[in-house]
Every structure is written in structure tokens, then in C-alpha cells.
Design a binder for this molecule. Sequence first.
Ligand SMILES: Cc1ncc(COP(=O)(O)O)c(C=O)c1O
Length: 392
Amino acid sequence: MTRIPHETSGEPNPLQALTLDQLRRRTSMKWRTYPEDVLPVWVAEMDVPLAEPVARAVTDALHLGDTGYPAGTAYAEALAAFAEKRWNWDGLAVERTAIVPDVMLGVVEMLKLVTGYGDAVVVNPPVYPPFYHFVEHMDRRVVEAPLGADGRIDLGVLEETFRQAMAGGGQAAYLLCSPHNPTGTVHTAEELSAVAALAERHGVRVVADEIHAPLVIGGTDFVPYLSVPGAERGLSLMSASKAWNLAGLKAALAIAGPGAGADLARMPEEVGHGPSHIGVIAHTAALRDGGAWLDALLSGLDAGRRLLADLLAEHLPAIRYRPGDATYLAWLDCRALGLGDDPADAFLHHGRVALNSGLPFGTGGAGHVRFNLATSPQVVTEAVRRMATALE
Ligand SMILES: Cc1ncc(COP(=O)(O)O)c(C=O)c1O
């Protein structure tokens, strides 16, 4: 695939638009979970204003009272056009898509289509903690195939895990996180083709969570799972929610490969009643008209990850940080600090800075924290200063 360079949009960096006082007036999880004196750099919310095209679309809808039920395929069409422009992928067939309330509920519905009670769902830890909670809540078994020491999918481990997952009979699915949260790893076309071949060989169905797909920086290409050979029976979940900070405006898309259209067609109609019409309007506007804003964000995130690397090298050199090429999340190996399995606890209590503990991310999470970079350089700097104070 040819890489489409980020356009130079002339848009200001949205990560520098809001002051800390403005952010503290927010009532969302990031800002209301901890007391006021704690600096939050944890949950995946971004410290940005709404992109102007999204704000306009939502405001117009509100003025019109256009607050009924969602209809039509505008969201899927906007995503198909975005995929073609950004990833050079023209294989997203609007007729093989369905709106779902959000990505995690979409994951649950896709897993219900291809597995039954007690079946195995393979994940690559360390990985986004709800992969465990949601899968266990639906009475499937989570089976771990840990990432390699390089933060990439270990195909040998994956194959062995597929074999074990299928050993007792029944069905199995592989919940792929692409790009990977928390490491920011962008899987290559070769890796994804190898995954597809392994899944086909062992009869494992692939459900790809591609929510971070628009958030790829650093000259790397995002490769949609459904674009690789052999992935025809795959299912994917995409959404504008991470890249444009729309988690509060619920809507996501389930996408089926050509060999999975019949599965998606079995998804109960009620699921499509979950996304909000305003959410669909917002996500559609983001994908259709939010490209320049996204480019400005990506430039800001690229600067942010370099700033974090520099600050850690200066103030906390024992922390190992390998900047990933995607997401706005930084996965920090704090094992050399001597803070035990849960360094986030020490940073919170002694530094008054809230990071995600690595423990819920599964095998490989102990001794790690996740740092949310989607904020201003001032907040990144202050967060590292507070982390360093925790060690004094
Ligand atoms: C990999 C991944 N999947 C899903 C989600 C949550 O998405 P949603 O709010 O659409 O369920 C997140 C949020 O950070 C995520 O990182």
C-alpha cells in the first residue's frame, strides 16, 4: 500500500487549545474520578475541543430537533471514503456493515455471532483491560497469547494458543487489537496475512478491534485487517470515537469481510437501536470533514511522544519507553524503579498523578503504567515532574 502523507492543514494543534482550568470543568471520567489535586493522564479521553465540523453537525442537528432514531448508511459511506483516502483500501462494502452502540458492545455482538458459551477468545496481553471483562461477562473464556518482548504478535505463540483453544472442540475467536492498545504497535501487512492464514488453518474466527486505526503517526501505514489476503471471514469494528474524542456520542460500525456477511446479517436488529442518532451524525461528520483537524492532532501527538521520551530520559531514566507508532497511549516499563507490581499506585499517592495501572492489562502488565499523551506539552511535562517526585 502506498502511504498517504499527512496533509499540512494549517489547523492549530487541538492539544494546545484548552487550559487546565477549562478541562477541570469537564464532568467526564477522566476529570471526575480523582480529587482536584490529582493530574489525570489515564483513561483514553483527549484534552481537545470538539473538531469544528463535528460541533457544527451536532449543533445543526440540535437546532433542527433532529434527535430521532438513526437511519441510512451515511456513517459507513464516510468510513469507506476515509479508508480509501487514508489507507488506500477500497474493500469496505457498505452493505456488509452495521451500526452498533460502541466498539466494545460491537465486539461482544461479533463474538456472539461466531462463538458459543464457554468457547475460547484469544487475546494478546498486555491488552486493553475490557477485552477481559466484556468477554468474561458473556461467558466466554479468555485465553492469552502474549505479545513478544518486541511488543509484536508472536506468531508461534499465537498458533500454539489457537491449537489449545480449539482442542476441546467448539469454536474459538481471536480478538485482535489493531493498532495495539497499550503498546501502540501497528501490525504490518505481513503479520496480518500470517494471522489470517493461521486463523483459517485452525478454524478460528478473527474479530479485529480497529478503533485506533486513524491514530497512526510516524510514517507507518495502518493496514485494515479485512484488506489482507485470507481475511475474508474476518469481522472488524471501527469508530471515529478515539481519533475525534467522541466516546460520549455513542456510535460505531461493525464491518464484515466478504465471507462473513452472512454472519453479520444474523446480528439481531435490536443491536442497531443502541447507537444514538446524534452519535451517528457526529461520527459521520468527523470521518467526512474532520481530516484537517485529525492531521493537526497527529502532528501534536508526534511531538508529544518525543517530548515524553525526552522528559523521561532526563528525569526518570530507569523507565523504559518504546514509543509506538499509533494511539495516544504510552506504555511505560517501570520495573527498574523498585515500585513493585503497581507503580501507578505510588505515582498516584506520592506524586498526585493518575496513570493507568498495568495490572489489568493481563500478562506482562505488572510493573508497567499507561500514560495518556493526548494532552498539552505543559500537562505532559507536569505529569512527568509529578512522577519523579513520587520517587523522592
Ligand atoms: C482498543 C479499544 N477498544 C475499544 C475501546 C472503547 O471503545 P468504545 O467506547 O467505542 O466501546 C477503547 C477505548 O479506549 C480501546 O482502546
